[in-house]
Design a protein around this ligand. Sequence first.
Ligand SMILES: [Fe+2]
Length: 183
Amino acid sequence: MPSSSLPSYDRALQLLKETGCSDGLIRHVEAVSKYAVEVAESLADADVALVQIGGLLHDIGRCKTHGIEHGIVGGKLLRSLGVDERVASIAEKHVGAGITEEEAVRLHLPPGNYIPETLEEKIVAAADNLIEGTQRITIDEAEADFHAKLNGNPAAIRIRNLHDEVFGSAKRSVPATRAKQRL
Ligand SMILES: [Fe+2]
């Protein structure tokens, strides 16, 4: 499906507002989208437009719930709104570095594999992990946050692996390691 079938930036913002997302959440997703675009532009094969809109809409599920299921809720919501399937999949698979089928069972989520697979899914998830609110944090800070929340769970270890895969393949340096950069 071509990028032209994606909602425009303004339409994506309108969808967030119509869904009842807070101004704070909108500032967060704009920061994630901007960072994800910087990463995508550093990579030869990434669909920058898809990453931009996927970044904007990845957390639309948070307008309904802040639980771990917000990614899946967001994906379902985006499909119901007729948004490009690739964007719905980005939302569904962005939580941490994704959720395995086994973890989904344990977490009582709808059965499925929610691990990011496409380059664009990986970029948005990796960028989101490095944005706290609207601030850029380092992978060390992000990893420490996840370990504190998940207590050494493999899901936290995957955060760094995903980061290294995405940022390690960036052609030029993206300011991923600038601690607490204010946007
Ligand atoms: Fe997010």
